[in-house]
Design a protein around this ligand. Structure first.
Ligand code: FES
Ligand code: FES
Length: 156
């Protein structure tokens, strides 16, 4: 049994400790917003926050996150940075097919939570591990810059 805190709620799962967190989220918790892409920590589709840090859930044994705070795309709007990112994503119409975008927003939200005025280089660094096969990178960068101006981030 593994006890996790997901989006502020405590939950228990009867799974092996070496099961990747992504599988627990999708197959056990039935939270489908976090996506499976490469399964090898290379594409960023599976990005969630673990204690606020953008983390690849596809290679992370669930036993490693017991007792830690996990935030997924389903819960990120409860944070100022997550809400600002989601609003900016919608305003900029970032999404194309959408497959990579929950991971993109999670990486962007983690960046904005720790750096409210990211430079282009900061954005490139934070987003480098999130691949978009539709090539939405220009709109992603614009959305992050817009999110940084959000009143939601003032005093957050
Ligand atoms: S599915 Fe985890 S990084 Fe690609
Ligand atoms: S929007 Fe299609 S993979 Fe990024």
């Amino acid at each position: 049994m593994v006890k996790l805190e997901i989006n502020g709620k405590s939950r228990e799962f009867d799974v092996a400790g070496d099961m990747p967190l992504l599988w627990v989220l999708r197959d056990e918790a039935h939270m489908m917003g976090t996506k499976f892409g490469c399964g090898m920590a290379l594409c960023g589709a599976c990005t969630v926050h673990v204690d606020g840090e953008a983390t690849r859930s596809c290679v992370l044994p669930v036993s490693a996150v017991a007792g830690k705070k996990i935030t997924t795309i389903e819960g990120v709007s409860a944070t100022p940075a997550g809400k600002a990112a989601q609003q900016a994503w919608i305003a900029a119409e970032v999404v194309q097919c959408g497959y990579c975008q929950s991971g993109q927003i999670m990486s962007a939200a983690a960046l904005l939570a720790r750096n409210k005025q990211p430079t282009d280089a900061d954005i490139d660094d934070a987003m480098a591990g999130n691949i978009c096969r539709c090539g939405t990178y220009t709109r992603i960068r614009a959305a992050i810059k817009d999110a940084a101006k959000s009143p939601l981030l003032k005093g957050a």
